[in-house]
Structure formats: structure tokens, C-alpha cells
Design a protein around this ligand. Structure first.
Ligand code: HEC
Ligand code: HEC
Length: 485
């Protein structure tokens, strides 16, 4: 991890040398006193980096303790697989009514989400914050950003981790479809292609009536008997049947052949190949590992402002954020209850979303949601599993007193469509309060200045390459369907 070298250089500088203009850049820069006085400094010599400040020196051990750092960039996927995945990600052919693609709710110009508190599914129209419900479906949860979700150690998907990959070989799936699960799954031909949690996740929006499948009676996919049938019909739409001689789309057969050269009979293509390709595209296109904070950790002490450094100091000490948002992705990948106000249609029933509990049935998991990564967080609002907060400052204030924040929530911060959906039920809110994680510091006493500093730190986690991803949107897709809404 690059961070270690930075720390060592800081300790060398602070311990054995006077703080006089010798930067933390490593051993190759000569110390100032080694430079002979009579030798004029050549004009092209860059100004030596600033010495570490008191703040830098205080921050260094905090970052080490929290295992902060920059994850190594994994190897690239084969380009042909990425090409297929990209076409599929943007193609509405994968939805029952041919009106929704993954990008409808995970748009590159909306931080790979949709800029909405909760998504608008099937039957809605438009993209991003301009999307309107019409007679469509309101989805109970916020569409998470897709940044860094394909990194090797990311094994859980959805706010409640109902899709995950693990086991002794790291290849055993646990999903809402029993035929894919366990060490020897019934649908082994599909499962064997789903080599990451991201790949496995990609085949589930297709099975959701509200997200992509469409309502019963509207199309053959919506009326299919089960998930396996949904998937089989969708693959037939792409590559046809009878080894590609009946139906399908020739351009997809070409893309599939290039991505999976070992497939000789198109009847051997299954939804696992689709998921794997989409996962490869998402991983390749939406990596975000080069923020100013990463540069700082690599030794560029002026890459972030003093305010962001003060925010980091709070984050990694007094405010205790690192106890859940630690490590290189600023997430422990575990589930916690943090008393988030419930807005939107509700997932369990109207007004209710018990999170992880609904997956495991374990009362200890009530109201728990998976800790999200905070990389690129400034690009990915609204925040929380239901988008209850629309600004980073509001999220940070929540942590000052989560229970007060839960009971005094102001729904006017939501889009008008959702303002009436805040769950005011006192007993359910009491249950949310009772479930509050003991890891949270009870009263961090965050001043307005502290909140601003924490927000400045969170803003330093944005990879500049993620700010404008409009170049990802293709001009056309193989089905010929419109790419935009
Ligand atoms: C109607 C909007 C919508 C569409 C269409 C949609 N998603 Fe999502 N996506 C969501 C929502 C909402 C969630 C969170 C659901 C939950 O956690 O219960 C989500 C979750 C995810 C996640 C999990 C991220 C994480 O950090 O856990 C990934 C990955 C993802 N979607 C990718 C896709 C792909 C790939 C497609 C196309 C095959 C797709 N989505 C289609 C709205 C959508
Ligand atoms: C007990 C573990 C825990 C601690 C401590 C914690 N968080 Fe969180 N954080 C979470 C969980 C869990 C969520 C998602 C909750 C939900 O959606 O219901 C979350 C969500 C967030 C989000 C929104 C992310 C998104 O994508 O929507 C931000 C920003 C955030 N936390 C920042 C912080 C800051 C700043 C602190 C310190 C003041 C902090 N967290 C302390 C667990 C924690």
C-alpha cells in the first residue's frame, strides 16, 4: 500500500531531521544542508515540497490505525468482454418492455446513480433528477453508485447484501435465486460464469417487475414462470435460438463471440455470460482510486486543504467515523443500524424497511444496512438506503445526534413527490432508535465548523476522473433502441 511509504517518510522527516524545507517525498531528495552554498540552484529545480505540518504529523498515525490507503488497481478485463458489457449496460433490450436499461438508474452523468432519493422504475420516463414517475413504479431504495464495486475484495451487493459471493474458494453464491446458491448449484452453468458479486448482482434487476421486467400481462418476460425462464427469454432476445438461426440480434452474436471465443453454439450462452460481461464493464469503467486524498496519502501533502485535513482528523478520531468507514474503501463492508429516517414507499411494507433483518430474520440485524464506501461520495447524493438526506452536511449532522435527527426529520428536504412518505409512526421510529449501533459515538458534539471540515474531507475523496463520465454513454446500442430516455 502506497500509504506506508508516506508514513515512513513523515516519521523520518519529523524524527531525524529539523523541519527545514525537506519534503516527505522519499529518500532521493538531498537534505537542504547537503547542498553546497556556492553552487547556484538550477532554475528548473522544483520548489521542495512543504514540510509536514503539525496536522499532517497528527493525521499520519490515525490513518495507519484505520488501515486507510489506496487499493492496488486490479488488472484490466479483456476488452471484448468490456465491450459486450457496455452494450448490455446501456441497452433497453434487457427490460421486459424495452424501456429501461441499467443506465436508467445508474447513469454516468448522475454519478452512476440517478440523483433521486429513491429510484423511479418501470413506467417512469426521463433520466436523473428529471425523471418523472407518471404511472410508473417507485422503488423502495436509493440506487447506489457503482464506483469500485468490482474490486477483488468487494463481495456483497445491495444495501442488505442479499447477493454475495464467498465460501472456501470465494466462488459460492448466496442470492435470492436458490438455483444459483451453494457449492453445487442446480443452475451450475449460470453460476459458474458469475465470478464476482458484481457479476451476480447484474442478473437480478432483470427479474424485478418494478425495475426492468414490467408488470404482469405487459410482455412475455413479465409473464415468465420463474427467474430462470426470465433469463432464458432474455438471452434468446439477444442471441436467438437454434444456435442463433431464429431471432436474436446479429450484432450481439458478434459481440458474444468476441467476448467468449470458446462458445461454438449460441444455445450455450446463458444469463451468466450476460452478468459477467456487465460486471466487467462496471468494474472497468467505474474505478475511482485516484482522489486528492490518495495523492495526500502518497506524500503530496498539499493535495488537500488544511480544512480537509482537520475533517480527516475528526473522521479518524473524535467523530469515530473510521470505526465503520475504515480501510481503503472507507467501509467495513458490515451492516449497522444508524437510525436513518424512513422515506419512500418502504420495502417490507408501506413505511417500513428493516434492511438486513428482512434477509436473515435475525433480530440482531433489525434496521441494519451495509456501510457504503465513501469514495466519490460528493458525486453520489442523495444519501442513505432511502436517500433521506440530500446533502453531505445533512448526513454529517445526523451523526451529531442520530435519534434526534430521526424524530425531528424535516421531509421538506425531499422532492415533493416523497414529502408525504416520511414514516412518522412513533413505535416504528422507537424501534429504529432502539436498534442504534453501540459503535456510534453517543455525542460527538460536532460544531458547525466541524461539520464543514468533515464535508471538506469527504469532498477530497472525489476522483477527478469520475466528475464527467458523459463520454461513457454510447451513441447507439446493438438493439437499435434509443439510448436516452
Ligand atoms: C429502476 C432503477 C434501477 C435499474 C433499472 C437498475 N438498478 Fe441497480 N440498483 C437500483 C437500486 C434501487 C438498488 C439498491 C437496491 C437494494 O439495495 O435493495 C440497486 C443496486 C445495484 C447494485 C448494488 C450496488 C451496491 O453497492 O450494493 C449494482 C451493482 C447495480 N444496482 C447494478 C445494476 C445493473 C448492472 C443494472 C442493469 C442490469 C441495474 N442495476 C438496473 C436501481 C436500479
Ligand atoms: C456504526 C457504523 C458507522 C459509523 C460510526 C459511521 N457510519 Fe456512516 N454509514 C454507516 C451506515 C450503515 C450507513 C448507511 C445507512 C443507511 O443507509 O441506512 C452510512 C452512511 C453514511 C453516508 C452516506 C453514504 C451513501 O452512499 O449514502 C455518509 C456520507 C457517511 N455515512 C459518513 C459518515 C461520517 C462522516 C461518520 C462520522 C461522523 C460516519 N459515517 C460514521 C455506518 C456508520
Amino acid at each position: 500500500m502506497r500509504y506506508t511509504s508516506f508514513l515512513i517518510s513523515l516519521l523520518v522527516v519529523s524524527g531525524s531531521l529539523p523541519l527545514v524545507g525537506c519534503g516527505g517525498g522519499g529518500g532521493s531528495t538531498p537534505a537542504v544542508e547537503d547542498v553546497p552554498v556556492d553552487e547556484p540552484t538550477p532554475p528548473e529545480t522544483p520548489t521542495p515540497p512543504a514540510p509536514p505540518s503539525q496536522l499532517d504529523l497528527q493525521l499520519a498515525p490515525l490513518l495507519t490505525n484505520a488501515n486507510a490507503g489506496t487499493p492496488p488497481t486490479p488488472p484490466s478485463h479483456p476488452q471484448a468482454l468490456v465491450n459486450l458489457g457496455k452494450a448490455l449496460f446501456f441497452d433497453k433490450i434487457l427490460s421486459g418492455n424495452r424501456n429501461m436499461s441499467c443506465a436508467t438508474c445508474h447513469h454516468p452523468t448522475a454519478g452512476t446513480g440517478d440523483d433521486l432519493s429513491v429510484s423511479i422504475g418501470e413506467g417512469g420516463s426521463g433520466t436523473g433528477a428529471a425523471r418523472v414517475l407518471g404511472s410508473g413504479n417507485l422503488i423502495p431504495r436509493n440506487a447506489p453508485a457503482l464506483f469500485n464495486r468490482g474490486l477483488p475484495n468487494v463481495t456483497r451487493m445491495f444495501w442488505d447484501s442479499r447477493v454475495s459471493i464467498g465460501g472456501p474458494q470465494g466462488t459460492t453464491l448466496n442470492t435470492p435465486e436458490p438455483a444459483l446458491n451453494g457449492p453445487s448449484p442446480a443452475a451450475g452453468d449460470i453460476a459458474s460464469q458469475l465470478t464476482s458479486a458484481l457479476a451476480a448482482q447484474a442478473i437480478f434487476p432483470l427479474t424485478s417487475h418494478a425495475e426492468m421486467r414490467g408488470d404482469a400481462g405487459e410482455n412475455e418476460i413479465a409473464d415468465a414462470a420463474d427467474n430462470l425462464e426470465v433469463w432464458r427469454l432474455l438471452v434468446a432476445r439477444l442471441v436467438g435460438t437454434n444456435n442463433g438461426t431464429e431471432g436474436g440480434i446479429a450484432a450481439y452474436r458478434t459481440l458474444v463471440q468476441q467476448a467468449y471465443p470458446r462458445i461454438v453454439d449460441f444455445d450455450d450462452v446463458n444469463i451468466g455470460h450476460v452478468g459477467r460481461a456487465i460486471g466487467a464493464y462496471e468494474d472497468q469503467a467505474f474505478r475511482a482510486l485516484n482522489s486528492p486524498f490518495d495523492e495526500y496519502m502518497a506524500g503530496a501533502l498539499d493535495a488537500i486543504t488544511d480544512q480537509a485535513k482537520r475533517g480527516a482528523q475528526l473522521f479518524y478520531s473524535r467523530a469515530d467515523c473510521h470505526r465503520c468507514h475504515g480501510g481503503p474503501l472507507l467501509s467495513d463492508d458490515r451492516h449497522h443500524a444508524i437510525a436513518v429516517p424512513q422515506v419512500g414507499p418502504g420495502r417490507d411494507f408501506a413505511g417500513e424497511d428493516t434492511g438486513r433483518f428482512a434477509v436473515t430474520g435475525n433480530p440482531n440485524d433489525l434496521y441494519e444496512f451495509r456501510t457504503p464506501s465513501l469514495r466519490n461520495i460528493a458525486l453520489t447524493g442523495p444519501y442513505m438506503h432511502d436517500g433521506a438526506y440530500t446533502s453531505l452536511a445533512a448526513v454529517v449532522r445526523h451523526y451529531d445526534n442520530p435519534i434526534r435527527s430521526l424524530f425531528n426529520y424535516d421531509p421538506l428536504q425531499l422532492a415533493p413527490l416523497l414529502q408525504g412518505t416520511y414514516d412518522e409512526d412513533v413505535s416504528r421510529n422507537q424501534a429504529r432508535a432502539d436498534a442504534l449501533s453501540g459503535i456510534l459515538r453517543p455525542a460527538p458534539n460536532l460544531s458547525n465548523q466541524d461539520v464543514a471540515d468533515l464535508v471538506a474531507f469527504l469532498e477530497s475523496l472525489t476522483d477527478p476522473a469520475s466528475v464527467d463520465l458523459s463520454g461513457e454513454v454510447p451513441a447507439a446500442v446493438p438493439s437499435g433502441l434509443a439510448v436516452s430516455d
